[in-house]
Design a binder for this molecule. Structure first.
Ligand code: 5AD
Length: 377
């Protein structure tokens, strides 16, 4: 057992992000894996992902389904199609369905309310929503209908960079962070996260992202590499920006794994997926490495294949050609191969006994010492 420091300084975190030595990195992976084992255990929770709509009113410059991409055929699933996916999730024994879509105001709040109620009355699945920035009325209605969790990545905590990659938006970073706080107050478990290696993103910026994860005490944290999409502004201009950015952080598998590992160390109780984007940048090892270096969640895609191809937030998403049954089999083998087991039940946020109300809500948490936690000092 290695000795685990219970504080990390800014310098140490930035040093880890720069680390190239394999032996040293092995220590980081081991540390993250030990914390994962001792705090959230060996269960790998499976969330069935349903991509219900690729309509989007936003123009995020990195995202393939942004409103400006006119080369894309748009779809919105019918209620019955969604319910068929829900049945499939239950059949496979998943504990959660994740209902994800672009920020699509064709999704009416009453329509979604009805779907959530149906899922909750028919199954014991947890329902996670990931539908972008919606008015508080919608969020309250969906929570009252029984939705349990909400995912909204803030992408980067660097305000200038955020504004650059979200042009012509009224929102700023603080809106997404603010919305996450609102969601928590309404009673959702909240999930945030970032992309690693956005052109213009620096080491210090990722350090600040990690601070934000800890400060907000997020229940779920999704971290994936930025993958250029040719039909997006950033996909065409990104390379130039990358070259011109001193201290640009790489969008590699390795860098993403470092951020996943540090996330686990700093946020031991969080549910952390080994993301599809990580599995895309390295098809053989990405998702396995994620699970070995801090992650405890997988999100098998159960969207019908003909829609999935159109939900192209980045190109060549891993698993896009596999049927849900094939994916299920593959993940089963992957989990067993790691000596882990599939999670049972909804697999919500764990609350270890040392977590007091003050710890979890009182900001800025990063300056407080919490027993058993690694804090950024
Ligand atoms: N590369 C990697 N991740 C992306 N996302 C969107 N576009 C890309 C891209 N080009 C991620 C964002 C978003 C999530 C649903 O997908 O982080 O929040």
């Amino acid at each position: 057992m290695m000795s685990l420091p219970n504080a990390l300084t800014r310098e140490e975190i930035i040093r880890w992000l720069h680390e190239k030595n394999e032996e040293k990195l092995h220590q980081l992976w081991q540390w993250a894996d030990e914390i994962r084992t001792s705090v959230v255990g060996d269960e790998v929770h499976l969330r069935g992902l349903i991509e219900i709509s690729n309509h989007c009113s936003r123009r995020c410059s990195y995202c393939g389904i942004n409103a400006g991409n006119t080369s894309l055929v748009r779809y919105r699933m019918e209620k019955q199609e969604i319910m068929d996916c829900v049945d499939m999730a239950q059949k496979f024994g998943y504990g959660t369905v994740v209902i994800q879509g672009g920020e699509d105001y064709g999704i009416k709040k009453e329509w979604m309310d009805d779907i959530i109620r149906d899922i909750k009355s028919r199954t014991d699945l947890a329902v996670t929503l990931s539908l972008g920035e919606r008015p508080i009325d919608d969020l309250e209605m969906w929570r009252a209908a029984g939705a349990n969790r909400y995912l909204l990545r803030f992408e980067t905590s660097d305000r200038t960079l955020y504004e650059k990659i979200h042009p012509s938006m009224k929102s700023t970073i603080f809106d997404r962070v603010e919305m996450l706080r609102t969601l928590r107050n309404i009673g959702y478990e909240i999930g945030g996260g970032i992309m690693v290696g956005i052109p213009g993103q620096t080491y210090v910026s990722v350090y600040n992202d990690l601070c934000t994860f800890q400060e907000m005490d997020l229940d779920m944290i999704g971290v994936g590499p930025y993958l250029p999409h040719p039909h997006t502004p950033l996909g065409t201009e990104g390379e130039e920006i990358r070259k011109q950015t001193p201290d640009q952080i790489a969008n590699t598998e390795l860098m993403t794994c470092k951020v996943v590992a540090l996330t686990r160390i700093l946020c031991p109780e969080a549910n952390i997926p080994s993301t599809t984007a990580l599995g895309t940048i390295d098809r053989q090892l990405g998702r396995v490495h994620g699970l070995q270096r801090g992650a405890n969640v997988l999100m098998p895609n159960i969207t019908p294949l003909h829609y999935r191809k159109l939900y192209e937030i980045y190109p060549e998403k891993a698993g896009n050609d596999s049927t849900p049954a094939e994916t299920d089999q593959l993940l089963k083998e992957l989990i067993a191969g790691l000596g882990r087991r599939r999670g049972k039940g909804p697999g919500g946020r764990l609350h270890t006994p040392h977590r007091s109300e003050e710890d979890s809500r009182g900001l800025p948490g990063i300056h407080k010492r919490m027993r058993g936690r690694t804090l950024i000092t």
